[in-house]
Design a binder for this molecule. Sequence first.
Ligand SMILES: [Zn+2]
Length: 253
Amino acid sequence: MMASMLPFDALVLAGAMLALPFGASGSGTQTRPASDPAPPPAAAQTVTIGHSVRGRAIRARRLGEPGAPVSVLVVGCVHGNERAGRAVIARLRDAAPPAGVALWLVRDANPDGCRAGTRGNANGVDLNRNFPYRWRRLPPGTYYSGTGPLSEPESRATYELMRAERPVVSVWYHQHAELVDAYGDERIARRYARRVGLPYRFFYAAPGSITRWQARTIRGSTGIVVELPAGELSPASARRHARAVLALAREVR
Ligand SMILES: [Zn+2]
């Protein structure tokens, strides 16, 4: 009978609107008038995306809706002796990205190096020379490429995250050339640069670099390198960069 089915349908609908698992709609206490404002975004979620050479977890924190149509990735530290960008991640930790955007935060993409203060990972590999696009063998030393593309577990972790999330923009903090450069849509990077008071200037094309791989293989994607000044970021600068990230997220959604 139609009449007896209606309450059930209403409950299922209410459950769906609250993004509850299907079975959770049966309690009957979650119903609410359809005129209520949209529910708040799902709580932030931290996932382990891989492990370093020394077995440290590589964590990514998602803010905003799971499955949002647009993802933005921000990485605080990839070269372990360039750690100032962690202050921006700390500022963003509980930020509310705009609707429709999942903001992914990776504080340390190179946990062993970021802890030890070394550019490379525990194998001495420069992760920003270890990605598959135009990878080239570079000898052990500052720019050691590793033994092959994605030879390092840290590279594979961020590679898989980016392949799954397909970020429209990624922002990678480095030091200390004091500039912003990008592969992809440079207008996005120029606006970011203006907001934080750094010049936009093309740095150099590195073989096996992450942002270059991103822009060449993820359609419509832009990879931005932000070269912060030497030393620690002041609280005011960290705030400025965090605001610039959120402004960028609003632009690209
Ligand atoms: Zn760097």
